[in-house]
Design a protein. Structure first.
Length: 337
């Protein structure tokens, strides 16, 4: 009886936590990097019957994505992009449906037969448990049996087409489940206005006017809104400003890359100096949402923002007058004014 109790305890411990993160909390965590999204390919045409185990069969003999599957993959990619979630490696099984799910979502993929192996292997387990690059998340697009056999606690049939398990490496060539995205979650998140940052739209109380200025109708709503970039900042002269705001909301790795590429070097300010200021501001402000953009003066852009901490911030950017339009200075005025 005691042995049975011990065995039951071991089985229970192997499963995912009872307190898996909600989809919305998962999106917040994913912005920090360090996770792997193990994603089953999106919807396919089940009228096609294919034998298990093959990888090099012509497309017409494979079960391929339906139009809905293509749309779902694009929706997931847009959700991640609009929320500033950093994606590093994108891996997939060599089947058309898995590779194309990744390509429609992220525009790139590296195929590996390891993610099509029917029987679990050390190589497969190590691939799934590998740590992401610093400040990024990995995406693995594969099949239900690979997910069921490598993620403790996931039962056969639990992960439908298009659904994903977010995992974190335990450091022992295994993973633990952090949360799950169902198709209902993807569609709800994809239907939210902030999923498509389109000039002229209204999102979370922030409205675009003439593609340049924004009026903040609700500071509380805006403070929690994903970053929505107005059209004026997507033009070449101001693209560095948009990239700065994206990098600010992402992580230190992306911000460091930003300073190396988009800022005019200043001998009096080392990269480490700039990063120290960034880390201080990020800790105080959290993520930024845009309230208004004023680019009326040549070579100068004033962006009124609000941090997720609720603190209003005005950021003034100096911009080079000619290509590559790097930033010459960045000034923060914390507390509005």
């Amino acid at each position: 009886m005691m042995l049975a109790h011990v065995l039951l305890s071991v089985v229970a411990a192997a499963g995912p936590s009872d307190s898996l993160l909600t989809p919305d909390s998962l999106l917040v965590e994913l912005r920090k990097g360090g996770y792997t999204i193990v994603w089953r390919h999106t919807a396919t045409d089940h009228s096609v019957r294919e034998p298990m185990g093959y990888t090099n069969t012509p497309r017409f003999q494979q079960r391929n994505l339906t139009d809905q599957g293509v749309a779902d993959a694009k929706t997931v990619g847009l959700i991640f992009k609009s929320r500033g979630i950093p994606i590093g490696d994108v891996l997939a099984s060599p089947m058309f449906r898995t590779r194309e799910t990744a390509e429609y979502a992220f525009g790139r993929v590296e195929a590996t037969p390891v993610l099509r192996q029917l029987e679990p292997s050390v190589e497969q387990r190590r691939l799934i448990a590998a740590a992401p690059g610093v400040g990024t998340n990995r995406v693995i697009v594969t099949h239900h049996f690979v997910i069921e056999r490598n993620v403790p606690g996931i039962q056969p049939g639990q992960i439908a087409e298009g659904e994903a398990v977010v995992v974190r490496s335990t450091g022992d060539e295994s993973v633990r489940a952090v949360g799950i995205f169902t198709m209902a979650d993807w569609r709800r998140l994809g239907a939210q206005p902030d999923s498509a940052a389109v000039a002229g739209s209204v999102s979370h109380g922030v409205s675009f006017v003439h593609g340049a200025r924004l009026t903040n109708h609700s500071s509380a709503a805006a403070s929690n809104a994903p970053l929505v970039i107005p059209a004026v900042l997507e033009t070449p002269p101001y693209a560095a400003v948009a990239e700065y705001l994206r990098a600010f909301n992402a992580d230190t790795a992306r911000m460091r890359q930003f300073y190396e590429r988009f800022v005019v070097p200043n001998p009096a300010r080392t990269l480490d100096d700039r990063m120290a200021v960034y880390q201080h501001l990020k800790g105080e402000l959290g993520s930024l949402s845009i309230g208004s953009v004023d680019a009326a003066v040549a070579g100068r852009v004033v962006v009124k923002t609000q941090g997720s901490s609720g603190v209003p911030v005005t950021i003034t950017f100096g911009v080079e007058p000619q290509t590559p339009y790097r930033l010459t200075n960045i000034t923060f005025q914390v507390g509005g004014g």
